[in-house]
Structures are given as C-alpha cells and as structure tokens.
Design a protein around this ligand. Structure first.
Ligand code: GLY
Length: 327
C-alpha cells in the first residue's frame, strides 16, 4: 500500500476525520516514522441524502473500498421513487421519457459513464460495467441500454405515476423555467475515501425535468460533473449542468487543489469562474463539493440552499454551503 506523509500537513477542514486522542497518538507516531499514514474513511455527497451516505459509510466502515461504497451509496437514491431527480421516479423529458445519466471514477483514473439511457434503474452500475468491461468510457442512448441488457440489467418502467401526472400538468403550458434549488438541481454526486486512502466518486441524475429529448448535462461528463485524482482529491457538482460543462467545473476544482487550494477555496473559485463567465446572469443554481487527500471537505454554491452531507467515524452531518449570492 502506498504510504504518504499524511499528518505532517494535516489541517482539519469542515469534517475533520481524526479524533483528538487519535490525533495525538498519530502525531507521536509521525515523529517516529514520517512515512506512516493514518487514513480515515469518509464519504461526502451533494444535498442531504442521508440514506445514501449511510449506505456508503456502511461499506467503508466494514473495510470495503471506495468504489463499492460509491456505487452502493448512490444506488439508494437511484432506487428511491420519491427522489424525482435521480433514477427511478425521475422527471421525464418533454416527450415523457425518463432518461438517466451517470458516471463513476476510481483511484486509478479509470472511469465509465452512461448518457441518456432509458429503462434501466441503476445507471451508476451500468457506468461501472462500461468502465470495467469495455475499452470505452461513455455509452449513450440505445447503445447504453442494449449494453445494460447484455450485462443482465432488467428493463423497468422508470416513469412513476407522480412524475407522469406532473409532466402532464407541465404539458398544458410547456413553460420551461428552472426553479432555484428545485429544478436546478439535486443530482447526487458522491466522493469517498476508503481505509487505504484511495478515492473514488460517482454522479447520477435524471437531469433537468422536461429537458429536450437527448439533452445531457454535466453529471455523466468526466471532468464536469465529477473528477477524481487519487493523488489530490475529488470534486463533484450539482445544478444547471450546462454551466458546469462550460467551465469543466470538477476538473477545475481538482486542479486548483493540486495548486494548493483547500477544497473550500477551490469550490469558491469554481463558482466565481462560472459567475464571471455569465456576466451578471444569476437565475441558476450550482453547487460544488470537494474533498482532498487528507479528508478535508468544502462546498460552495451560487444561491443559498445547497447542502452537502458528510459521514465519517466522527458521525454524520449535513453542512450548509456558503454561497456567492447571499440572499
Ligand atoms: N446537474 C444535472 C444536470 O444538469 O443534468
């Protein structure tokens, strides 16, 4: 296992991952052997998805790896029909079709994604299969769906009665407007560090409700909705995907951390970059979430309302993110 000088420059962020007694004993150890790394598992996700982080934590706490924690964690939201922005029960496109996007990335920079895939309830798992079983990174539309069947996934109707009725109501006016913190957007992006200190991430969404058929946002785009570099950390995004794609937001944040910024500082620069590019336009929400190799976390958003959940041995907490616009 790769061992790093972990404690020498460890300054705890929002979700400190070392208990005080452990810190003291670790510091003693680090003086004796600066190569000893004390790694504490942690998982973070966009928004207040308690059940998803609890599942991921269960995997990490049992000694499981970060990739499995990510997949099993976000699957909870994909299966939740009450969540109308992810997986089964997601809002459909303008034509009434639920189309799902997801991506996953591991400690070795392997990644997989599915875009605009219908009739499969767990796009994160199909994305993982793309990563592990094909020479490709992305499969889209019918090709992704066919690949999923080949891998044993079953055909399921993703349009719940509630989402159908709301879509029929929307069709009466077909007015396309985004409502901050509701329709733009509570995608789940999740980042985890396992007991070996390895980082993985995943992101899964049904995208904007009533989008044009074929529309894909940031969530399945490696570098935009998600990026992981096991040497540095990871970042993920929620919100209006078009804005995140334009700045390759998650990659930007990881690169900022590589240059020495904390996760919090990096998320703030990411949001500010988007606001500068938009020259005064403010009618959208973006939330960025980041974690670095030390387990420090940060989040920042355009409008108040974005939260992110942290689960570690310290317990679990839903952090309210600071925002670029204050009211
Ligand atoms: N961030 C999700 C989307 O724009 O589709």
């Amino acid at each position: 296992m790769l061992r790093r000088k972990f404690l020498k420059n460890s300054s705890m962020g929002t979700a400190g991952v070392f208990s005080a007694p452990l810190m003291a004993s670790c510091q003693e150890n680090s003086e004796e052997n600066s190569e000893t790394e004390i790694v504490k598992p942690i998982v973070v996700c966009t928004w207040n998805f308690h059940n998803a982080t609890a599942k991921a934590w269960e995997v990490l706490n049992a000694g499981g790896n970060a990739l499995d924690a990510i997949e099993q964690g976000v699957m909870i939201e994909e299966a939740d029909v009450e969540n109308q922005t992810v997986g089964m029960g997601g809002r459909p496109d303008r034509d009434g079709n639920v189309t799902l996007d997801a991506c996953i990335m591991d400690k070795d920079s392997n990644c997989g994604a599915v875009l605009c895939m219908q009739n499969i309830a767990h796009p994160i798992s199909v994305a993982r299969k793309v990563m592990e079983d094909t020479p490709h990174v992305m499969l889209a539309g019918k090709g992704a769906e066919r690949f999923a069947y080949e891998k044993g996934f079953k055909n399921e109707n993703l349009l719940t009665e509630q989402s159908k009725q709301e879509w029929l109501e929307w069709k009466k006016t077909s007015k396309y407007e985004t409502i901050i913190n509701i329709e733009n957007h509570d995608t789940i992006g999740m980042l985890a560090i396992d007991k070996n200190g390895d980082i993985a991430g995943g992101c899964t969404t049904s995208g904007m409700g009533y989008k044009y058929a074929g529309r894909v946002g940031d969530s399945p785009i490696i570098g935009a909705g998600l990026f992981v570099d096991n040497e540095i950390g990871g970042a993920t995004a929620t919100g209006v995907g078009e804005e995140v794609v334009r700045t390759v937001g998650s990659f930007l944040i990881v690169e900022l951390m590589r240059q020495g910024k904390t996760p919090q500082e990096a998320c703030e620069v990411g949001v500010k970059r988007i606001m500068e590019k938009n020259k005064g336009r403010k009618d959208f929400q973006i939330g960025f979430l980041a974690i670095n190799k030390k387990g420090e976390t940060g989040g920042y958003c355009v409008h108040p309302g974005f939260t992110y959940r942290v689960y570690s041995e310290e317990g679990h907490v839903n952090n309210t993110s600071d925002s670029y616009i204050k009211v």
